[in-house]
Design a protein around this ligand. Structure first.
Ligand SMILES: Nc1ncnc2c1ncn2[C@@H]1O[C@H](COP(=O)(O)OP(=O)(O)OP(=O)(O)O)[C@@H](O)[C@H]1O
Ligand SMILES: [Mg+2]
Length: 579
């Protein structure tokens, strides 16, 4: 049998081993090689599985055609028959100990996808291998092991694919997470938007409800007002007709009181429905607040302290002063009712240099705060407090119209109103009103105008026009008792006729709502024919008057006799001033 038959195999490496000059190596020529080496080489050279052999104490290198492509030109073919350490210097730290272990007879090794950096094609490649190192027997060798058979597969490609796969999985996961985050953010934004929308709708619905209620209330109040005027007129008339009957006087007094209360209620209803007739003028806030304090003191219990803080040198505020006094009294009374025992109420007024512009226009604004340290309101009460007819007071004690009329005044005056409160921490009610462009009038000057009472009334002649005989008779009676000379007319036409016939009166007082020519039209006609004649208009309610006639004193219905006399005195005083 040919001892070199194992080299007879086909292939490049078989040829190279055959041609190699083995005589110059420690192994010597092939015919002297041990049988175990020959057997292993025969197996290696006839398979396509990559295989490598380290032989002898120098670990001389053999490898087959399957292994060849794993080597770069730096190693193939030069390492064939060369010592292992010199051939694989760059990775001897890794494979040296494994070869030594097998050579010591301690068994075989097994590694899967093991990183073995290898120098090939001019660079150090990261190369992965799955391989085993197995002993090749040789009885003549120390430990009975002549060499090491390496059966291996390079798994670099597979590992790179797996790594790339893992990376793309990670990326996918990241994208998924991001997508999830974005989707949940979008959903949250959507939900927020819907909640906002729902709240806006609710506010709108609420506003519409209040608006409708306002219209309804305004209409009812208007009719009520018209009814109240003759009732008060009749009572006033009866008071004088029965002036010697003490019992009747008592009953009439009660009736007048009730009518007066009804009148206040109607005014509040009109204020809430923002249809009250306001007479805004420039008002000094100092004197007005003094007035409020004086009126409020009467209704405060001992143990309640009412203080004021007014910024000095404020310009006048543009508002109906009587309505503002009422509004502030409302707020003080609310504060009083919210303080169970001892406590304090403060009225603070000053210019708000940064007012909330949501509902107010440009210009300067006064802010009046009424602050109490009372029980405060919980969220639900606070939300509903300014609703018309909302009250937490026992029946008969509150109409629930106080705050809504304050709000009505604020809105109708071009200002704003807000409440801040929490349970147990008291309440701050804030009212904004436009400051007048003109300079401040000295405190109290406006009040002085109205101070001229009936006592100083000059014996002036008044032409009184009213279609309602009861109202006309009671008004005429009141004015006559105040010392005026009164001529009566039943409508605009007869008033004009009287003016054209006779001498002119000092004042024309006309009702507005009359059949035929309404009062306002009568005044327009009078202005054209007798421009200097002072006029006064009695109005049921502010709407549908048409264009205003300037310089006309107005008296809203229903009125008390005293108020009629005061208004007439004012109108006459104005005309003498103007003359
Ligand atoms: N300063 C305050 N502190 C605590 N609660 C208040 C205060 N002001 C108002 N409220 C609450 O708001 C409700 C409505 O007030 P509003 O002034 O409109 O009506 P009212 O005071 O109940 O009745 P009215 O003013 O007709 O006498 C009150 O019943 C009360 O519950
Ligand atoms: Mg109130």
């Amino acid at each position: 049998m040919d001892p070199l038959a194992f080299l007879g195999a086909d292939g490049e490496m078989a040829g190279r081993i055959r041609q190699h000059d083995w005589a110059t190596t420690s192994l010597g020529p092939p015919d002297g090689w041990p049988q175990s080496l020959r057997t292993v080489l025969r197996v290696a050279l006839t398979t396509r599985h990559p295989m490598f052999v380290f032989w002898g104490s120098e670990h001389l290198c053999f490898y087959n055609d399957g292994y060849r492509p794993s080597l770069g030109p730096e190693k193939h073919p030069s390492i064939l028959g060369a010592p292992g350490r010199a051939s694989f210097g760059e990775l001897w730290d890794i494979i040296g100990p494994q070869i030594a272990l097998v050579m010591r007879g301690e068994g075989a090794t097994w590694h899967e996808n093991h990183l073995v950096p290898s120098y090939r094609h001019g660079r150090l490649d990261e190369v992965y291998w799955t391989y085993s190192y197995g002993p090749i027997d040789d009885e003549s060798a120390p430990n009975g092991v002549g060499g090491v058979l390496v059966v291996c597969t390079e798994t670099t490609r597979q590992m790179k694919i797996e790594a790339a796969l893992r990376e793309s999985e990670r990326q996918l996961q990241r994208m998924n997470d991001e997508l999830e985050e974005r989707v949940s953010a979008a959903i949250a934004a959507r939900i927020r938007e819907q909640v906002r929308l729902a709240e806006a709708e609710e506010t709108l619905r609420q506003a519409q409800k209040v608006e409708t209620l306002g219209q309804l209330t305004g209409g009812v109040a208007h009719d009520f007002n018209n009814l109240l005027t003759p009732v008060m007129g009749a009572l006033d008339f009866a008071r004088f007709a029965l002036d010697r009957d003490a019992d009747a006087q008592e009953v009439i007094a009660v009736g007048l009181q009730a009518a007066d209360r009804a009148r206040t209620l109607v005014q509040r209803l009109l204020a809430f429905s923002r249809r009250q007739h306001l007479a805004p003028r420039d008002v000094g806030i100092d004197a007005l607040i003094d007035n409020v304090v004086e009126l409020a003191q009467r209704s405060l219990r001992p143990g309640l302290r009412l203080s004021t803080e007014v910024e000095p040198g404020l310009p006048d505020v543009r508002v109906d002063p009587d309505q503002l006094v009422l509004a502030l009294l409302n707020l003080v009374v609310n504060a009083r009712d919210a303080i169970p025992g001892h406590g304090s109420i403060a009225i603070r007024a000053g210019e708000d240099r940064d007012p909330p512009r949501t509902r107010m226009g440009e210009g300067r604004f006064l802010r009046i705060d009424v602050v109490d340290d009372g029980a405060g309101m919980d969220g639900d009460t606070l939300r509903r407090a300014a609703e018309p007819f909302f009250t937490t007071k026992e029946p008969g004690r509150g109409t629930g119209l106080g705050l809504s009329s304050v709000q009505g005044l604020a809105m109708q005056s071009g200002g704003d109103f807000q409440l801040r409160s929490a349970s147990g921490t008291g309440t701050t009610a804030s009212l904004w009103l436009p400051l007048s462009a003109s300079a401040s009038t000295p405190a109290g000057a406006t009040e002085a105008d109205a101070a001229s009472g009936p006592a100083q009334a000059p014996a002036a002649r008044i032409l009184l026009v009213d279609d309602d005989p009861l109202v006309r008779a009671s008004a005429a009676g009141t004015l006559r008792r105040a010392g005026y000379e009164v001529h009566e007319a039943v409508d605009a036409a007869s008033a004009l006729a009287a003016l054209r016939d006779g001498t002119l009166p000092d004042l024309l007082v006309s009702d507005h709502a009359m059949p035929g020519m309404p009062g306002m039209d009568l005044l327009r006609q009078v202005r054209r024919e007798w421009p200097a004649l002072p006029c006064m208009l009695v109005t049921g309610y502010a709407d549908d008057l048409g264009e205003d006639v300037p310089g006309v004193e107005r008296l809203p219905k229903p009125f008390l006799p005293r108020e009629l006399v005061e208004a007439v005195a004012r109108a006459l005083a104005q005309s003498t001033e103007a003359a």
